[in-house]
Design a protein around this ligand. Sequence first.
Ligand code: NAD
Ligand code: USQ
Length: 401
Amino acid sequence: MRMCVLGGDGYCGWATALYLSRRGHEVAIIDNYLRRQWDFELGTQTLTPILPLNDRLRIWQEITGLSIELMVGDVTDYSFVSTAFADFQPDAVIHFAEQRAAPYSMIDQKHAVFTQVNNVVGTLNVLFAMREFCPECHLVKLGTMGEYGTPNIDIEEGYIRVEHNGRSDVLPYPKQPGSFYHLSKVHDSHNIMFACKIWELRATDLNQGVVYGTVTDETALDEGLINRFDYDDVFGTVLNRFCIQAACGHPLTVYGEGGQTRGFLDIRDTVRCIELACLNPANAGECRVFNQFTEQFSVLELAQMVQEASRKMGMEVEIDHLPSPRVEAQHHYYNAKHSKLIDLGLRPHYLGESLLDSLLNITVKYQDRVDISQFLPQVNWKSPRNRRTRLATVPAATASS
Ligand code: NAD
Ligand code: USQ
């Protein structure tokens, strides 16, 4: 298949582009390097030393003989996206190219507006460009489990049958997201659903849980292909952060009581899920929703697992309960369905001892690159003045949109 990976320089996108290329698909990456710019803005860097994208692609070609096309540009620029789709004629567009950190979107007004403009306008452009230049193509869009929030009933995969005043219907599952970032994904979902209905486009909205890990079979082929590993308080996801904190002997930063429960998955399952969705496309006019995670844990359970794995490696680490910087339920019911990708053939990697060991080993290996000032949360959901407000410059894309 001809697959266009939007956001292919990022964490999920890079691993996915390599995986799909090795599986024999024709792959093109679109990215505008915003993610690298946000590291400069926040004064942080990935734990792992990633190379410039051109170098990564050259190494990939040297090692495997496979080439991945690169188109550098901004998906909020319609003329760029439409030309890219018209030229490449993708069978599948895999859309990762968004601002994906909840704390970044909660820094202040500028960052909230930037996040929603970047994400919502980018996705709208993708939909319009598909309609105009590749209407048969299948959109595989990364959504998030956080769109649902934590309702006191089971979470279905996208839609729910509702009985009301003696009548019944299947309706989009109610959304109660917890940040302006998560809200941007809800807005995207509505726009995608509407576009499929009116233009007969085909789409799969993948409501992905929190991803962990960094190594895939492809990135392990050469040090120059290494993936990013974010651990700062804005872009670092919780398990990656706990592993680095453990490697540095820093107490694990559980926000509040730690009863917050989320769906999680290994980056190796992310890439497989994407391929499964592409190989089994939605029908024309259909907007499918899959919940993409393999296991659920509370934040405290994760911290205890990391603590135990560290102990076995001879590292003693404490668990701290910090006042939560977010507004989220700390004790709640959570039972989210996630069978559709399993039905398509996903064989999950579960978070076991060996995986935690390998995560901890990576963090120990690159420990000298760690900046421990990135461990404590610096963005508060309630504060009108977060520390980073003074540091932040808003990326140029907001102005151009
Ligand atoms: P990332 O920030 O590492 O990568 C996103 C990439 O998109 C970056 O390379 C960035 O430069 C690019 N990008 C952003 N805006 C762009 C624009 N306007 N034009 C062109 N390129 C642009 O993020 P990630 O962790 O790889 O996440 C990818 C997607 O998966 C996001 O949509 C995110 O919401 C979703 N997701 C991620 C996770 C996770 O745990 N990482 C979990 C669930 C869902
Ligand atoms: N948390 C801690 N301590 C930390 C960091 C986080 O207790 O040091 C807690 C948070 O309060 C939250 C949970 O861990 O309850 C998850 O936080 P996170 O930062 O790992 O993940 P989140 O903000 O939800 O966002 C990440 C990705 C985002 C994706 C989302 C999937 O950055 O792109 O959409 O996971 S989901 O959580 O299912 O919405």
